[in-house]
Design a protein around this ligand. Sequence first.
Ligand code: 5GP
Ligand code: MG
Ligand code: MG
Length: 185
Amino acid sequence: MQIADVQDEIDHELISNADIHKKIQEVADRVSEDYRGETPLLIAVLKGAVNTLAAFSQALHIHAEMDFMSISSYGAGTQSSGTITIRQDLSTDVRGRHVLIVEDIVDSGRTLAWLIDELKKRGAASVEVFALLEKPARHEVPVDVKYKGYEVPDEFVVGFGLDFDERYRNLDSIAVLKPEVYQGE
Ligand code: 5GP
Ligand code: MG
Ligand code: MG
């Protein structure tokens, strides 16, 4: 789905599909050099990071494995709290593996801080992060993101995996919704 398909619902486009793929290719080139001779395990947190993982894995020049985790974070309102429950765990033993977490967006950083800690506890040989988007203004905990895509302003963004109420994940670019879309929520 493209912006033109839902023009009435979109306030403005932030990052085009072409720019997303260009950035992902740049990061994938770097990662391919850094992990040469290794087969990293790419881990995506469902569901938001799925689109980024798909594009990123195809842009790599090296072998890579993939796995997925579904987690929920409970807290007041829309903020993630850092109290994380695993809904669906990995199927891979990460012990001794070079793990690269692929994230859609780092907002408070709490989900990521928890996941990095959890993977290290499980004995991963190394844990690094690629985040397509980052909202630096909203970080609440220090997060060490080695591979960064774009910084975005403190606005709620959708598309390329990111949802509002489970919709817009299949939008091929990153965009900001019109305020009326949220009305009644
Ligand atoms: P955290 O606050 O723990 O860094 O963010 C956790 C998750 O909240 C992200 O992985 C993402 O799924 C969701 N999230 C944070 N900011 C946004 C946003 O602007 N748009 C959407 N659709 N999801 C967001
Ligand atoms: Mg995420
Ligand atoms: Mg969501």
